[in-house]
Design a protein around this ligand. Structure first.
Ligand SMILES: Cc1cc2nc3c(=O)[nH]c(=O)nc-3n(C[C@H](O)[C@H](O)[C@H](O)COP(=O)(O)O)c2cc1C
Length: 207
């Protein structure tokens, strides 16, 4: 009898913690907001995402879920090291690292989303390389970023400057640790959901 009670209690604990772990791991909230306006034009979602959690890439996926379009993942030829301080040195050494050839022609698209993690107060260096190579004249550029707590820094003004000749719409900024870093429980409690993306898209594309 005693053993049965102990085993049942252990099973209950496992079920609860296992379930919670699953929730944390999936890090996914359902979309409940409704997209009101779909912009006209061909959409490209350019994204650089470097951390294990792929925070910015997750947001790119949420945008694609709503609007469709192609995702262009920016990839560096030489990967960064996994140590934050070594990355700092690498960024200083190479402010514009070489990136792999784009598999899409930018000129084929009308609306270009550009997503980056915030690195040292602005977009990550591989995005700088992308911006130096892409001709964004006459395009609609839509920036988005994820950060670790400092906010967007000079990300938006830097995008506006780099995308001269483009119409730059208001961007979206999300705290990365509230997207998927809850896997390791570093979130602040305000878990982001794809609804944030839908509400932002409704705002920027409203007629
Ligand atoms: C090299 C490096 C520099 C970073 N600099 C900043 C920063 O200046 N401000 C900030 O809030 N977060 C900073 N972060 C944290 C990332 O912006 C944040 O974790 C982001 O969500 C990671 O996105 P990803 O998963 O798409 O790579 C930095 C991260 C790295 C690796």
């Amino acid at each position: 009898m005693k053993i049965t009670i102990i085993l049942s209690a252990a099973a209950a604990v496992l079920a609860v913690t296992g379930f919670a772990g699953c929730w944390y791991f999936s890090g996914e909230k359902p979309v409940t907001a409704k997209l009101k306006v779909k912009p006209e034009g061909k959409i490209l979602i350019v994204c650089y995402s470097q951390s294990r959690n792929q925070n910015t890439r997750k947001v790119a996926g949420w945008i694609q879920q709503q609007l469709g379009g192609d995702i262009l993942d920016i990839e560096t030829v030489k990967p960064y090291s996994s140590n934050y301080f070594s990355v700092l040195k690498e960024c200083r050494k190479e402010p514009m690292p070489e990136i792999k050839k784009f598999p899409f022609k930018i000129e084929d698209y009308d609306i270009i989303f550009i997503g980056s993690p915030i690195w040292y107060g602005t977009f990550a260096p591989p995005v700088k390389t992308f911006l130096s190579q892409a001709d964004l004249q006459g395009k609609t550029v839509v920036p988005f970023c994820t950060h670790g707590g400092s906010g967007a820094g000079t990300f938006y003004s830097d995008i506006r400057q780099a995308a001269a000749g483009a119409e730059v719409l208001d961007g979206l900024i999300l705290r990365g640790s509230n997207i998927v870093e809850r896997v390791i429980r570093r979130g602040t409690g305000e878990m982001e959901s794809p609804d944030a993306v839908v509400e932002w898209l409704n705002r920027i594309f409203q007629k």
